[in-house]
Design a protein around this ligand. Structure first.
Ligand code: PEP
Ligand code: MG
Length: 746
């Protein structure tokens, strides 16, 4: 039976190919296709519904329904059986359509007389294109062989270059990939930008989905799989003895490359008349659909592996590499599923914007994008399937959205926004050299956060007084192996050279939690944010810390040096870390290196515990830098990486502000310099309130200095303090509303 159906669907595909090859016009060709599917399947009706826009399906061709309803009948996504097939991306096959949940009959089509219904999603690599429907009067359940044959046909339909081109000229649908699409994601880095799509990994184009000779196709597939296996084995050999995690991924690759089930499914697709690459893509589409629904992280990872492997296989079969020879457009906006920090650095400042399907706010790619001040939107689902190289795109990093192929009205409004940004930048440039002195005469020192050499030019451009936080881990994260001491010393020296007489606060390596070095054994921890990270690693395995301290001392070469340790939770940790510094100084002195006269050693306050450390700690420590990103997550017990909870608690929550005020007071009482270097320091309203709580040094992204300074200079700090005080007295949960109201009045 399967054999018979196999040859049937091969015949059907053969006729389909003829229909696709002849030179009838778009609509006529689509009509021909529906009619030959209906006759091959022995059904009265065959219809093709296509997306008119992401929410609306339109009947575009039919055999059997009223011809007048073509291009008239429209359904919303999820509406009726057709809409449900489209939304869920799954087949609905029923002998009695009217009894089926969600049934809705469209009177203009005359479909009420048809009892059986089989709807197949037309999709391409997770991208929804439309629905293929067959209907018949006789109540019949379509057999699994029949639905399989229809799936194959839908796959071929999906491959037709632009389904839109098949539609009647007058009331034509815009061809797919030409309509505007709005992507709602999450902010990774603020800023508005406009440019043209540059796909990090352009997709493989399958030009001939139908094949005449299944045996020849199977041979092509076998050879390609062999090549793939050899490639994976080579990678495994290359990685042997290296990073465990990478090995695990490659092992999973090898497992898939030898997976009998995967191979069998593709062989079956080929026997039905698909070409080798269409078979690979069909299974990839199925895997992508599962990926979209999988909630289990492990399963998602594995499906991801399979997806990557399918891409490799497609590239082998089609000979299309990731470098298609396409030229990078002007003002490139990078579009990718995800990207590593090293790859991103390679693109560097060329990019105008970045939009990712995955990624997280704290990911390394996001850190690099921020360092380069490139607007970044993450979690823009399905953008890699929608966007084509060169497409016009507008990225709004502030709102976390991207407009692909925007229409006129969006372009106008968006350009206004960009202009406003530019105006503001001009305004900020005019106050660049001025101190951030408030109306009532309080001056707040403005420093910037950095982590790459690429950040240093901003020291001048932003008007920052110094680097309040230099995240040294970025240099470790963007490499494939542990950097050497000499390399680091040279780099730190260059940072100091660039900074001139402005101070740089170097933070020693802060790894663990979300920051995992590719060349260090990953720790399997139930809760990495509370785990073996930052100074805990530094003290337990002091080799790297010592190397770093030596490199810093050598880089300073007699110049003043400021170093701080991340994530100090108790006094003893500070003392132990400080002792490492003293030892390093001794060692360097013995080796004959010049030791700076002025070395200041500080601690980052990132856990509430340190705020309650003994008085002696505050007396001993050289300075304190409040790491608000971590401190806030521990204060509220709300993971900074978890989208569900990370915005749940307001920074201007009265309890949190009171806590910050307490820290500022303690530092004041011991004359301990204190600054704040978390992300909140770069948000104008938050920065203002932090200053009102007594902080006089803030360190932030360079791009935030202008907006923060501008607000500070226009505001009376003691009045803001009084407003917060009042909010506290009245029992408000957050001071935000009160402070905003006050500012509006001003
Ligand atoms: C912080 O926690 O506020 C901080 C500045 O450190 P990081 O964001 O690198 O953890
Ligand atoms: Mg931190």
């Amino acid at each position: 039976m399967a054999e018979r159906t196999g040859s049937e669907s091969r015949k059907l595909l053969g006729r389909l190919r003829e229909a696709m090859a002849d030179d009838s016009a778009g609509q006529a060709r689509l009509d021909k296709i529906t009619s030959l599917i209906a006759s091959s399947m022995g059904t009265e009706v065959c219809s093709i519904y296509l997306f008119r826009d992401p929410e609306t399906l339109e009947l575009c061709a039919t055999e059997g329904l009223h011809p007048d309803s073509v291009h008239k009948t429209r359904l919303k996504l999820g509406e009726g059986l057709v809409g449900r097939v489209a939304r869920r991306g799954r087949i609905i096959n029923t002998a009695n359509a009217t009894q089926q949940r969600g049934f809705r009959y469209m009177p203009e089509t005359g479909e009420e007389i048809y009892s059986s219904f089989c709807g197949i999603p037309i999709q391409r690599l997770g991208e929804r294109l439309g629905v293929l429907v067959v209907q018949s009067k006789e109540p019949r359940d379509f057999s699994s062989d029949e639905t399989y044959a229809l799936e194959i046909v839908a796959m071929v339909l999906a491959e037709m270059a632009e389904l839109g081109a098949f539609v009647g000229e007058e009331d034509a649908l815009s061809p797919l990939h030409q309509q505007p699409v709005l992507f709602k994601g999450t902010t990774g880095q603020e800023g508005a930008t406009e440019g043209h799509v540059w796909l990090h990994e352009p997709r493989v184009v399958v030009v001939n989905p139908i094949a005449e000779d299944p045996e020849a196709e199977q041979k092509r597939l076998d050879e390609a799989i062999e090549e793939l296996r050899v490639g994976v084995d080579k990678m495994l050999q290359g990685a042997a003895g290296g990073d465990k995690e990478q090995l695990e991924v490659l092992e999973a690759y090898r497992m898939f490359a030898n997976s009998k089930g995967w191979m069998r499914r593709m062989a079956q697709d080929i026997s039905q008349g698909l070409s080798a690459e269409a078979a690979v893509e069909k299974e990839q589409s199925t895997a992508r659909a599962r990926m979209a629904q999988a909630t289990d992280a492990y399963l998602r990872d594995r499906l991801h592996d399979l997806d990557d492997l399918s891409n490799r296989l497609l590239r082998i079969l089609t000979g299309q590499g990731s470098n298609t020879g396409a030229e990078m457009p002007e003002d490139p906006v990078l579009i990718a599923r995800n990207i590593g920090p090293a790859e991103l650095l390679e693109y560097g400042r060329k990019l105008k914007g970045i939009v990712l399907e995955e990624g997280s706010v704290g990911s390394h790619a996001a850190i690099v994008a921020r360092a380069l001040a490139i607007p970044l939107v993450i979690h823009a689902e399905r953008i890699t399937t929608e966007a084509l190289n060169g497409d016009h795109i507008m990225v709004d990093g502030d709102q976390g959205i991207a407009h692909l192929r925007p229409d006129e009205s969006v372009v106008g409004a968006f350009r206004d926004k960009i202009a406003m940004h530019a105006n503001a930048q001009e305004r900020y440039a005019s106050i660049r050299e001025k101190p951030a002195t408030t109306v009532d005469g309080e001056t707040i020192a403005m420093h910037m956060n950095a982590g790459l050499m690429a950040d240093l030019p901003s020291l001048k451009g932003s008007g920052a007084e110094g680097v309040g936080l230099f995240r040294t881990e970025l240099q470790f994260l963007v490499r494939n192996q542990m950097p050497r001491r000499e390399e680091l010393a040279e780099l730190y020296a260059r940072v100091m050279d660039n900074a001139g007489d402005k101070q740089v606060v170097f933070r020693t390596l802060d790894i663990g939690s979300d920051k995992v070095l590719p060349y260090m054994a990953p720790q399997d921890e139930p809760n990495p944010a509370l785990g073996w990270r930052a100074i805990r690693v530094g003290l337990d395995k002091p080799g790297v810390l010592r190397m770093q301290l030596q490199a810093l001392l050598r880089a300073a070469n007699g110049r003043p040096l400021k170093v701080m340790f991340p994530f100090i939770a108790q006094f003893a940790e500070y003392r132990a870390a400080r002792a490492e510094m003293d030892k390093a100084i001794e060692r360097e002195r013995r080796l004959g290196h010049v030791i700076p006269d002025d070395i200041t050693v500080g601690a980052m306050l990132e856990t509430p515990s340190l705020a309650f450390a003994p008085q002696k700690f505050f007396e001993e420590v050289g300075f304190i830098s409040i790491g608000g990103n971590d401190l806030k997550q521990f204060f509220f017990a709300a993971d900074r990486e978890n989208e569900r909870v990370r915005r749940r608690y307001d920074t201007l929550n009265i309890s949190y502000l009171s806590f910050i005020e307490g820290i500022a007071r303690r530092c004041q009482s011991t004359n301990t310099p204190v600054s704040f270097c978390g992300e909140d320091a770069g948000r104008p309203l938050e920065a203002l309130c932090l200053a009102a709580m007594g902080l006089r040094t803030l360190s932030m992204r360079p791009a935030s200095i202008g907006p923060v300074k501008s607000l500070l200079m226009r505001t009376n700090l003691s009045e803001v303090k009084a407003v917060i005080e009042e909010a506290r007295e009245s029992g408000d949960q957050s001071a935000r509303q009160a402070v905003m109201d006050y500012l509006k009045q001003q």
